[in-house]
Design a binder for this molecule. Sequence first.
Ligand SMILES: NC(=O)c1ccc[n+]([C@@H]2O[C@H](COP(=O)([O-])OP(=O)(O)OC[C@H]3O[C@@H](n4cnc5c(N)ncnc54)[C@H](OP(=O)(O)O)[C@@H]3O)[C@@H](O)[C@H]2O)c1
Length: 270
Amino acid sequence: MMFHSIGFIGTGHMGGALARAAAKGEGGNPIYLANRSPEKAKKLARELDCKVADNHTVARHCDLIFLGVKPQIMERVLKDLAPILKERTDRFVLASMAAGLSASTIQAMAGGAYPVIRLMPNTPVAVGAGVIQYCGLDTTAEELEAFRTLMAPAGLVDEINEDLCDAASAVSGCGPAFCALFVEALADGGVACGLPRDKALAYTAQTLKGAAKLMLETGIHPGDMKDGVCSPGGTTIQGIRVLEEQGFRAAAMKAVIAAYEKTLSFEHKG
Ligand SMILES: NC(=O)c1ccc[n+]([C@@H]2O[C@H](COP(=O)([O-])OP(=O)(O)OC[C@H]3O[C@@H](n4cnc5c(N)ncnc54)[C@H](OP(=O)(O)O)[C@@H]3O)[C@@H](O)[C@H]2O)c1
């Protein structure tokens, strides 16, 4: 592992989930956690056997610095850190997970052409079944490889061109919310048909997980998977008919496109 000390600034939902993955993927070097309300960092540090720090300490000492604050406050946080980063003579990498902020925007906010990894994680990284797309700006191949190894316990870690980050984010970053809506709706249907709520939710979530696992492990096309369940004249095709009548596919496509367009509007405000 080429990163000797790893730091997190902002250990909320996403920063915390990535710190969990890093604690598993890290080869024994220290991980420092800094958060505005320090109790959150302390609690996580106890759980992961990491060290608690403040933002300035992380900026001064860590050679991989995850920025886990909301995009709206990134500029303020980096402005505060810029003088500390400027004083450093050693090499370090900034890793930003902020939706809609380009790697060059992070460099501009940090006040220098420092190496930046822009990553796009989703919430299932918390259970090792997430997706992280990433791209580097002024990084070396070794740094990107070390990052990939560090993040491997989070799930699928995939390098993409930065111009695809927003599209990827609209699919896998927002996707858990879209899937949650689908699960809740299917479970509601089950409840309407008499299933207890807890069973309806458990059956639905497991079905989604199983269908995804089957697709990933066998490479079956979703159309073929659907056809495999729809017996001629049977029950499932009647459900499919209703989903098509109600514009299910169009709604799902438009949801991704709407999220993508919203991300672009953040970037243009930049
Ligand atoms: N959630 C997602 O699904 C998702 C997906 C992809 C990317 N992201 C990105 O992940 C980033 C974090 O989002 P989130 O959902 O994890 O939000 P979050 O749960 O609100 O976490 C943000 C954390 O930043 C801390 N913070 C705020 N100001 C700080 C400061 N000045 N110094 C240090 N820490 C500070 C907050 O501390 P307090 O405890 O004091 O509030 C909070 O713990 C965002 O940039 C977002 O775009 C999120």
